[in-house]
Design a protein around this ligand. Structure first.
Ligand code: SAH
Length: 216
């Protein structure tokens, strides 16, 4: 069976997922539209297809997970994505979060530290003509060559707010980042001026850890 078939059944399940995410409190219609449009099962291995439209995280190989749809929606809503925003994502993983941002009209740059996941998602973006610029590298360093960014989204649990990422954020820009060890606090970090930030906390989440250096 071709896993890249989006049947009526998939579309129906996806509508239910959107209703569920909406019930859990997501209000940004553009985020909900993107989730309704994007076939999440394309981003998962065939053995997990029937789980693609449950509101749960699932393994994508290399010990990593595709984030729970509610978490993707929550982080994306906090980011307040505008069309043509230049956004840096840390932790490409399956590519699902990057694709959501792309469908919302953002210019997306994404970094992944695991080679296998980087290669798989890159091929995937090419196949579906998602114009997402992705890199194999260490998210702690960001992408100085492409900086500054309007927004930064970190999709792994960071032990602290990386200084390089802050410095690559535009003044007036914002970063959404889960910070903590076993459990993370979702933080929105706004860059007020060159050396002034404002942090706001949005509840507890669990992510795979943000690790140092790329894996070789
Ligand atoms: N956004 C992804 C979520 C994947 S899980 C999705 O939608 O599927 C988080 C990812 O962050 C994992 O793939 C992990 O390998 C990656 N990661 C962890 N530390 C990193 C770092 N320092 N730089 C880049 N990626 C990192």
């Amino acid at each position: 069976m071709d896993r890249f078939v989006d049947s009526y059944r998939h579309q129906g399940l996806r509508k239910k997922l959107v209703d569920e995410v909406r019930r859990k409190g997501i209000e940004d219609e553009r985020v909900l539209d993107a989730i309704n449009t994007l076939p999440r099962h394309y981003f998962m291995d065939s053995s997990f297809l029937e789980h693609a439209y449950e509101d749960k995280a699932f393994p994508i190989g290399q010990g990593q997970t595709i984030s729970q749809p509610y978490t993707v929606a929550f982080q994306t809503q906090l980011l307040e994505v505008e069309k043509n925003d230049k956004i840096l994502e840390i932790g490409t993983g399956s590519g699902y979060q990057a694709a959501v941002l792309y469908l919302m009209g953002a210019k997306v740059f994404s970094i992944e530290r695991q080679r296998e996941l980087f290669l798989k998602s890159k091929e995937f973006f090419r196949k579906f003509k998602y114009k997402i610029t992705s890199f194999y590298g260490d998210g702690y360093k960001g992408l100085p060559v492409y900086a500054p960014f309007d927004k930064i989204i970190v999709t792994c649990g960071a032990p602290f707010i990386p200084e390089d990422l802050l410095s690559q954020l535009k003044i007036g820009g914002k970063m959404v980042i889960p910070v903590g060890d076993n459990v993370q606090k979702m933080l929105v970090v706004e860059k007020i001026s060159e050396n002034e930030i404002k942090k706001t906390e949005y509840g507890d989440f669990r992510f795979v850890p943000m690790l140092e250096d790329k894996e070789r």
